[in-house]
Design a protein around this ligand. Sequence first.
Ligand SMILES: [Ca+2]
Length: 352
Amino acid sequence: MRGWPGRAARILLAGAALGAGAASAFTPAPPGDGRGASASASASASAAPACRAGSGLPAGFGPGSEAAPNRAGMKPVPVGRFVPGADAGYAEERGGREVALPAFLIDEHEVTNAQFAAFVRATGYITEAERAGASAVFVAPRPGEAVVPYGWWKQVRGADWRHPQGPGSGIAGKAAHPVVQVSLADAEAYARWLGRRLPTEAQWEYAALGGLTGRAARLANAFEGNTAEFQRLLRRTANTWQGSFPDRDRGADGWRGTAPAGCFAANGYGLSDMVGNVWELTRDGWTGDHAADDPDAVRPDGRAPEGRATVMKGGSFLCSPDFCVRYRPASRQPLETGLATSHVGFRTVVTD
Ligand SMILES: [Ca+2]
């Protein structure tokens, strides 16, 4: 947490300078962790498929090794090619070049509190936020309080994965929710315990497209997030923010804050919550845009962190059309290495 909110905030919130027009900026946050307004919650709950994460612990989940990774709760993604990014999107999404990927396995849903707890019980691992004694939490402005851009991010003492919003918050009853308040190193330690790795940016984005190509892929990456067609697609597939950010999330999709993993419709590869719920860490270092003059800007085997930030993908329950149109496969933001927040989690891969 050294440097928060100065240096860390500048990197975490770099998206503020990258947006255009009404669709400016980056990712917002959860006023609470609870279900949305009861009427809309019950309506969407009845329309949504059963949450696939169940207890949050897939059958057969347990330790593995690099030679024999644990594969519980994973789905296959076939060999293929795609062009990362979206030329109609934010500046940092443009200029992608075709990437070829071998087949791999990826978690069908974000790593849950139950899964991370099993890792911690087995290893005694202590996260970076726990060691630091504080972490970054979204705190919605109070009614009447002046809204200062990015002032809703607070360093909260006692915030960690067991207390995502800080003291007084907890994960009781949230075994199937995605774990948050984990840093890159924490996520990598978890992945190693299973004999897995974090996805590269290319793997993550290819998986998030779920086999969509052509017009369907362009719609999934639509930048004009207020179109009716896009919002219909989004409402089925992603836990995002409805209402005025950052002060009022109506929870019209059924959830304010995180939702249990797998409550929204899966994509063509059977993967849930790729572009909603929480942002997801990758193992690629952040280098700014896709750098059209750098053919290796998005490498199939990843780009080792060389600087202070890594790439996170997707979007979160804080993304709203009036502020952050980043609930899309092409979405990418930097997250400072070592930083953990209340809206960032991860999933893992196995590449044979
Ligand atoms: Ca929501």
